[in-house]
Design a protein around this ligand. Structure first.
Ligand code: SF4
Length: 338
């Protein structure tokens, strides 16, 4: 089983309480099951009694993890509780025992339309559906000028996170072919999950991309807005901070354009992303995403007035949907101040 590769994490986490306050789901459900410790305890049981792999309650718990990576990032030994959860999901898919609601989401994700490419140049921007819906794509294109633009397809990361590894690789492979076909030397993305796919997950899949990959906040590093951004609360991205070594470009870019970054809430180790790392949590348990959004809203000093910036289009969409927060993607903030 894939979970056997994480036996060190299972054994370490099952007796450890140290990061339970960083489980975003645990903080809104108040259940011990939604912490790395109890997930590891349950999976230790699976290693001894493999028939427990397909237990219905276990599957439901493992599919509502926020996968923020906060616990792994702040663990003194960085035990990979995220990798363990993803390994369990892959094992459940391999056993043909995935819950019906997860299978239905995966079936939708498998129906990926073809990517369409327009424009010309050595830079290609991925305008995926969430980047368009969040406003990040339009704002980026206003800032970036002439680039190639890819629209319409999906990248496979959602299927990967749900445990459908073979199907995820097939979609990612098609995506890489389209990217290679652009002959671009730089690929730019707003979607933090696509960034993580291109810089980390492709290697796990055994795939490669030659071009350099940048999040928009890195690509726009040289931009200067005419207006200063002023007081801004920046909510960290799970993928950029917790999966990619505290990727510094979002905060550097905001500061370079006159942002005075203010501390949000009292714990800067927490995830305030509405489950960004889980990618499709809004389709699995939307009521949980609403609770995560309300949890964030309750921690804002002046909810309707504070300017809140995010690097993740997913987070912008969820916060805009469930809260009154004045939330903008970094691209939107910059484009408005241009
Ligand atoms: S990830 Fe680290 S801190 Fe969290 S439960 Fe595991 S060992 Fe403890």
């Amino acid at each position: 089983m894939n979970i056997d590769k994480y036996i060190d994490s299972i054994k370490a986490c099952r007796f450890c309480f140290m990061c339970r306050h960083l489980s975003a789901i645990g903080n809104v459900t108040f259940t011990e099951a939604d912490t790395p410790r109890v997930r590891a305890s349950m999976l230790y049981g699976v290693t001894m009694y493999p028939e427990r792999l397909t237990d219905e309650d276990l599957a439901k718990t493992m599919y509502r993890s926020d996968l923020s990576g906060c616990c792994r990032r702040n663990c003194v030994n960085h035990y990979d509780e995220v990798g363990l959860t993803l390994a369990y999901r892959a094992d459940l898919v391999a056993a043909g025992a995935v819950p019906a609601n997860i299978k239905a989401i995966a079936d939708e994700l498998k129906k990926s339309p073809e990517w369409k490419v327009s424009g010309s140049g050595k830079v290609a921007y991925v305008a995926d559906a969430l980047s368009i819906e969040s406003g990040a794509a339009d704002a980026f294109l206003k800032l970036a000028g002439k680039v190639q633009v890819l629209k319409g397809g999906t990248c496979g990361k959602g299927l990967w996170v749900l445990g459908f590894r073979k199907e995820a690789k097939a979609l990612a492979s098609k995506f890489v072919k389209v990217l290679e076909g652009t002959k671009a030397t730089t690929i730019v993305v707003s979607h933090t999950g696509i960034y993580d796919l291109l810089v980390n997950t492709l290697a796990e899949m055994g795939l490669k991309l030659k071009a350099k990959v940048m999040h928009t906040s890195e690509y726009l590093a040289g931009i200067k807005t005419s207006k200063k951004l002023g007081n801004v609360y920046y909510l960290e991205s799970d993928f950029l901070r917790n999966y990619n070594d505290d990727y510094a470009f979002p905060k550097t870019l905001l500061r370079a354009n006159g942002a005075r970054l203010k501390a949000f809430s009292t714990n800067d180790e927490e995830s305030y992303s509405c489950g960004e790392g889980a990618l499709v949590l809004d389709r699995i348990e939307p009521e949980l995403v609403e609770k995560l959004a309300k949890y964030i809203e309750a921690r804002a000093e002046h909810p309707e007035k504070d300017v809140i910036a995010v690097a993740s289009p997913y987070t912008k969409i969820q916060l805009a949907k469930y809260t009154s927060l004045n939330v903008k993607t970094i691209e939107e903030l910059l484009a408005e101040a241009l």
